[in-house]
Ligand binder design. Structure first.
Ligand code: T3D
Length: 260
């Protein structure tokens, strides 16, 4: 039996997922990656979960791939590490139609940085930092790094960050549009959880469809995207929460959304 490299707990309607190998800065070994996939699947499948919260245990968020494992004789093949560990995790984060909040509590390096960047809201402690560490060991950015970074910060910065492997502070990451907010260290967990709580009380279906539309915009032209909006607006308009939102507005009261 593997240790609990991923902790999963339900906090009201939030699934809290904690990376839990603090001695090696929460770097990913194979069992941890598989546990992460299980946790994300559980959060996606559980209809009572309306937001997902990801953070790390200890002083780091995640130092990417466990390099001891990657280089050990009986460790997984490099190709399989990317295919079987990180690619499914990134797809799960982008495809789950619930908001994913990431609280980056410390350094996020390699795949650890890019798992964070795949999330819908990235909040980082002031002391946290982001490192595209791959170039320092002769690898290329994986876990969606070459997809998200140019879109978030532009091609010039993405090139510099990935090729030079420069450490970016939380404040710099906000300034360049890489993440949403930098938060005082001691307040990170509370503020990120407050955001997840707020999102979990919102119209979950509508937020999920918004995420689907934003995902689609990355490869669509305007006409295709307008068509996506037309179809998804029709879907959103048939939800309970749309009815509730409009009724509450007209009745001048606070809406009570059910996520349906
Ligand atoms: O095959 C493949 O690899 C394909 C998959 C690729 C995906 C990737 O993510 S590749 C990128 C892998 N990650 C890295 O290259 C980052 C390596 N780590 C670091 O550069 C530094 O640890 C940090 C900059 C993240 C933090 O530095 P610092 O000084 O705060 O901590 P430290 O002293 O370096 O690390 C503390 C401990 O964690 C240390 O162990 P010890 O000496 O206390 O026994 C260190 O060896 C361990 N650790 C940190 N990162 C990893 C790690 N052990 C295994 N793998 C790691 N990635």
């Amino acid at each position: 039996m593997s240790a609990d490299y991923i902790l999963y707990e339900k906090v009201d309607s939030i699934a809290k997922i904690t990376l839990n190998r603090p001695d090696v800065l929460n770097s990913f070994c194979r069992p941890m990656a598989l546990q992460m996939q299980d946790a994300l699947r559980d959060a996606a499948d559980d209809k009572t979960v309306r937001a997902i919260f990801i953070t790390g245990n200890g002083r780091a968020f995640c130092a990417g791939q466990d390099l001891e494992e990657a280089t050990s004789e009986d460790g997984p093949e490099l190709q399989n590490i990317v295919k079987e560990h990180y690619n499914p995790i990134i797809r799960q984060i982008r495809e789950v139609e619930k908001p994913v909040v990431c609280a980056v509590n410390g350094v996020a390096a390699g795949a650890g940085a890019n798992i964070a960047l795949a999330c819908d809201f990235v909040l980082a402690a002031q002391a946290a930092s982001f490192i595209q560490a791959f170039s320092k060991i002769g690898l290329i950015p994986d876990s969606g790094g070459t997809f998200f970074l140019p879109r978030l910060v532009g091609m010039q910065r993405a090139t510099a960050l990935t090729m030079l492997g420069t450490r970016v502070s939380a404040q710099e990451a906000v300034a360049m549009g890489m993440i949403y907010q930098a938060i005082e260290n001691d307040n990170l967990q509370d503020e990120a959880m407050a955001l997840a709580t707020k999102l979990a009380a919102m119209p979950t279906k509508g937020l999920g469809l918004t995420k689907r539309a934003l995902n689609a915009s990355w490869s669509n032209d305007l006409t295709e995207q307008l068509n996506v909006e037309e179809a998804l607006q029709t879907e959103a308009g048939s939800t309970y929460d749309y009815q509730e939102g409009v009724n509450a507005f007209l009745e001048k009261r606070k809406p009570v959304f059910k996520g349906e």
